[in-house]
Design a protein around this ligand. Structure first.
Ligand SMILES: Nc1ncnc2c1ncn2[C@@H]1O[C@H](COP(=O)(O)OP(=O)(O)O)[C@@H](O)[C@H]1O
Ligand SMILES: [Mg+2]
Length: 242
């Protein structure tokens, strides 16, 4: 599997989720959070998981992205059974193929927008020349070329999230996971961020799985899965037919 975005054709599922169950146990109390979720995701599509707070969205994202082991069920990524891999292999798989975007941006205070990306690329063993070229390319893709020398304190919330998107795109991941990527942003910046993610799905044929409770994002999704109390209750524009 290449990590230069997704090689799969649009009609082959890139992620297959089968009968996922997950509970949290605390003392004698068991909270059954995910109650048997099954669905396929496709490359080139932005799928939005909507649902009220506490419905299990973040738990589902964590299970699919290799962060939290399910109690039951399978997650297949390009045909690989993710939870059958060793801890080490899952970590490597995530590093090679997954990009993450979170509500809180997770940027280093002391680094410029460009350096946030250069640091990651250095860690991934890119050459210096290649790292600069990629950093500038992804910053251009999210419309931040003019502010690449600024640090987080000098950037707006929307710009910070765009840096986080650029950083996620820099390793050309076939899969992008976003947990409430717009909830710290105003309406306009939220729209910019979600449309950038949508564009990334189209341009790079990436599979994008975004979690949100913000209905303003609905128009920007290719598909909307609704989860309530750990069960999928609606699946609109599912699959590749649209
Ligand atoms: N680490 C945890 N330990 C115990 N319970 C948790 C943990 N994370 C989430 N939960 C519980 O699981 C339920 C679903 O949480 P979550 O997946 O974060 O929902 P959402 O992202 O939709 O708000 C909630 O009742 C929450 O309190
Ligand atoms: Mg959540």
């Amino acid at each position: 599997m290449s990590n230069v975005f997704s090689p799969l054709p649009a009609d082959v599922p890139s992620i297959r989720v089968t009968d996922i169950k997950r509970s949290y146990v605390s003392g004698k109390i068991t909270n059954n959070v995910l109650k048997g979720n099954t669905f396929d995701l496709y490359p080139g599509k932005l799928t939005l998981i909507m649902g009220p707070s506490g419905s299990g969205k973040s738990t589902l994202l964590s299970v699919i992205s290799g962060l939290l082991k399910p109690d039951n069920g399978r997650v297949e990524i390009n045909g690989i059974n993710l939870w059958n891999l060793s801890f080490r292999k899952i970590e490597k798989f995530r590093l090679d193929h997954f990009g993450f975007i979170f509500q809180g941006f997770n940027l280093f205070d002391s680094l410029t927008a460009r350096e946030q990306i250069l640091v990651l690329l250095k860690y991934l063993h890119s050459s210096e020349k290649e790292a600069y070229a990629i950093a500038d390319e992804v910053l251009d893709e999210v419309g931040l070329s003019k502010v690449k020398h600024l640090r987080p304190a000098q950037l707006s919330g929307g710009e910070k999230q765009r840096v986080a998107i650029a950083r996620a795109l820099a390793k050309k991941p076939a899969f992008l996971f976003a947990d409430e990527p717009t909830s710290a942003l105003d309406k306009e910046n939220g729209q910019i961020v979600i449309s950038l993610l949508h564009k990334a799905a189209k341009i790079h044929n990436a599979t994008i799985f975004a979690v949100s409770h913000d209905p303003r994002l609905l128009p920007h999704a290719d598909r909307v899965i609704t989860i309530e109390d750990g069960t999928i209750t609606r699946d609109q524009n599912g699959g590749v037919q649209q």
